[in-house]
Write a protein that binds this ligand. Sequence first.
Ligand code: XLS
Ligand code: MG
Length: 365
Amino acid sequence: MPTRTFSFGLWTLMNAGADPFGAPTRAPLDALHAISGLAAHSVGAFELHAEDLIPSGSSGAERDRMIREARARMADTGIVCDACGSSLFTEPVFKDGALVSNEARVRSLALARYKDAIDVGHLLGAPLFNIWGGRDGSEVEASRSPIEALKRLRDAFNNLADYIARQGYAMRLSIEPKPNEPRGDLYISTVGHALGFIATLEHPDRVGVVPELAHAAMAGLNPAHEVAHALYAGKLFGLHLNAQRPLRFDQDLRFGGAGLKDSFFVVKLLEDENWPLPRTFDAHPYRTTDEQGVWSFVQGCIRAYEVLADKVAQFNADAEVRTLLAEIREWDHTAETGSVSPHRGFAYERLDHLVFEILTGTRVH
Ligand code: XLS
Ligand code: MG
């Protein structure tokens, strides 16, 4: 089996089952337990918000102790940190935005907090600082020009990229787009928005995208196409795998929990393109899950990816699939002039059905 690194957001395991309508249903795992539990389940990397490890408001001495403990846990188990971020979106002071707030003092505070989190990421060896600006949006459109919001975001990303360079950190920046939730509308909604925005920065090469499958589905988009745009642009700096029924609130379902065919084509893209970075899961164990079930959730995400990767290999090796794809490639080599028949049939019914048979394990040779 090819070696690929799997990763989980620590917050996915620390999630205690609360939702907007209901209280927690299980005891939250602490960050160190989550790190060693992941390592014990052969997970090679983790991602975190700095605050998952160091609650906001901790003293400098507490921060240093927690970083020391996390590093020791990482050294003991061999697990690495593949990305860091910050959960500013949870804090009331950022309720009208962190980087886009109409209050200059709030924007300065957000920048300072992101820099603190960047330092934490550096100390944990994270090669990426990923920003999901969950409050950088609006409900009241009249409250802020979207152009002003984009300029504030631009200035902030330039400032953070500059900070990383001046500190000499070996770390890239990324943007995780999402169309909405918790804000009514977020300003950087899809991979396309992120790529367009990154091109306006001082050093576009330092900033990439972390698409999330659920976020693409929330916008009604094809997740494989979202990921493909990031890959095509050389900007796929990370990826959040999960599942989601389209056009709904953010469900963050276990990878494999919905959208089987969409998930298959995302895995196919990553495997066919030999994408080298960790496959990170960002989903929530169901609210009905207990502490023990959280580890079934971990195993389920990984196994779903591995099963789909096997299906990709089966698809790519299938003789009938190969014949059909060879015919399609052949059309590309026919002379570019001459008459074109609108009545020509394409064997796509069969090709698509073969995907169904392979995915359902019903392919008979
Ligand atoms: C929320 C996001 C969030 C980020 C990390 O919808 O997916 O979990 O990945 O801040
Ligand atoms: Mg995410």
